[in-house]
Design a binder for this molecule. Sequence first.
Ligand code: AMP
Length: 370
Amino acid sequence: MSIVKLHDKYFKSFIKADKIDESIRKMAVLVEQDCEGEIPIFIGILNGSFMFVADFVRAYKGNCEVSFVKLASYKGTGSTGKVKELVGINENLEGRTVIILEDIIDTGNTLEEIFNIFRNKKVKQLKIATLFFKPDVFRKGLPIDYIGIPIPNKFIVGYGLDYDGLGRNLADIYQLTTQKMTNIVLFGPPGAGKGTQADVLKEKYDLIHISTGDVFRYNIKNETELGVLARSYMDKGDLVPDEVTIDMLKAEVDKNGDANGFIFDGFPRTESQAKALDAFLQEKGETINGMVALEVPEDLLVARLLKRGETSRRPDDQDESKIRNRFNEYETKTAILKHYYEDQDKYYGVDGVGSIEEITERLSAVFDTL
Ligand code: AMP
């Protein structure tokens, strides 16, 4: 799972290494075209740019020189207070094409310092290339010649960038999050194999599996108040009312306050359950990372459920009319949740036909990215 903790804060996956790589290759080609017939000198601004520079110059096919500088602050005696000074430039830059490689440009304060410093070095031309750029906070009228990936105003780490010294070695970019958990809705019609898969995945990813159906069955077996209430609905294959189900789900989550996250199986099943879950998680600074849906054709499902009914002894698995009613509930109330999560860019469909192992593998490929 891709949440990392650095010092006291949590960061979640934001931009993957392959996307960074692709963007750097494109930049390198553009710079190369503009530098035809010249040997540019690339100057990386330390510390953050070391990975970017290493990958950029590897992707740059022409002849070039590479150097690094560091902008050091010291207390000036003048009225401005802080003055920036360049440390580490030994090359004579007079008459050269200098291309600054920055990992990130946000407000543009550092960029302005760079322009001031290079103003009296008599370079032929000074160009700026930045891997990440925050257009929303950039306040300066200075030109940026090459931009890799524009990003919203988020605090990011990884790929050379740090949070208080840590995180530079991460291959991907991560963004600050209050989220500590990985929460996944395992979705699909009755009989899709959610329970079977959740049993494997909860171990593999160290998550708590909450199956609302199982919780109801446990209550029915123990003849609790909740069980008595739920039974009348469940036996017919109807959904249990939202208020009852939502309260029960919240209690199950709260029982496991220090979990790494949850696999929700059989919940949410209606739009109001989905909204209640979002609101409930938001109060805790958490969110749903993704809905992972097992996609299986209905005919196959009916056969699977009737077969399961031979051994499960579940009343709702026993006859075809109850099974059909569960599908009807699914089609009319639950299937729309695909759009609910699609609209948030959180829907991941997985082919649910195949051996248990094959399907686990497909699901794991998605879980790994969440
Ligand atoms: P399952 O084991 O997930 O197939 O659920 C069996 C039955 O439990 C369903 O047919 C419903 O009657 C009830 N149930 C389980 N989860 C929910 C839910 N989220 N909302 C309403 N009813 C549910």
